[in-house]
Design a protein around this ligand. Structure first.
Ligand code: PLP
Length: 255
């Protein structure tokens, strides 16, 4: 059986982000995706209307049901929704410290809609940060997690909080021609990538990238190689994205 990534992520009915993005990206990376569903969201390509989070008991029951059933090599988390769910994931990771772990610190949807109480989620993420093989914040999430505007200082603050590796995604920065991502390991910049900035907004690009990285890690890639594979794959997927309605965010075409 293919190596498995167990994702803690939410359902997005539009299929652009959340657990569907995870399943498709991980499948494309060559690994198998398993899901512990953290929340049911109500949203489309234009906005988030609300969500209902899974209880921590049900979340852990889902994850524990597949632990001895599938060859899990990596955990990936996206929307967690509540501090209870963050604590439940931390407990799960403590019990399975042999798993690699990709932490995508989701706070708000790309469309701007709330996916949880940002203030309390930021505080709770502190417990997960030292457990992650890699954290994949965009610059909005990085500034919020570190409570710091300067990106270099914010990155170093996360390392002081116990981070091992951070991929800083530059999609929200004011660089009209390009997007720069920077990969730091143990406080040092070890790789950066620049790709042309594609026009428009994309739904689920962050989920897709983090999940593809997790899929490659599960299959034995080194961290830098996993990130590079994922960035190359994501660019193609976004280039082929489909526009659902005039004001809607584009849907990545993952296969
Ligand atoms: N997870 C869920 C369930 C979501 O609905 C969203 C955004 O809508 C995200 C994660 C984050 O999406 P993105 O990859 O666009 O940051």
């Amino acid at each position: 059986m293919r190596p498995t990534v167990l994702c803690f992520s939410g359902l997005d009915p539009s299929g652009g982000a959340g657990l569907q993005a995870d399943i498709e990206a991980i499948g494309q990376s060559g690994a198998h995706a398993a899901i512990a569903c953290t929340a049911l969201t109500v949203q489309n390509s234009q906005q988030v209307f609300g969500f209902e989070a899974t209880s921590k008991e049900l979340l852990l029951a889902q994850a524990n049901a597949v632990v001895n059933d599938l060859p899990i090599k990596c955990v990936k988390s996206g929307m967690l929704g509540t501090t209870d769910n963050i604590a439940a994931l931390a407990q799960f990771l403590r019990e399975h410290s042999d798993y690699q772990y990709v932490l995508d610190p989701v706070l708000v949807a790309n469309s701007g809609g709330s996916l949880g109480n940002q203030e309390t989620l930021v505080k709770a993420f502190v417990e997960l940060i030292p457990m992650a093989t890699i954290i994949t914040p965009n610059t909005v999430e990085l500034r919020a997690l570190a409570a710091e505007e300067d990106l270099e200082i914010a990155t170093q603050k996360l390392f002081k909080m116990g981070a091992k590796a951070i991929l800083v995604k530059g999609g929200h920065e004011d660089t009209p021609e390009y997007i720069r991502n920077a990969l730091y390991v143990n406080g040092e910049l070890i790789a950066e990538s620049r790709c042309p900035r594609l026009e428009g907004e994309y739904h689920g690009s962050g989920c897709s990238l983090a999940s593809y990285i997790a899929g490659r890690l599960a299959q034995g890639d080194e961290l830098k190689q996993a990130v590079q594979h994922a960035e190359t794959w994501l660019f193609g997927v976004l280039k082929n994205a489909e526009t659902p309605v005039e004001n809607g965010q584009k849907m990545p075409k993952r296969f």
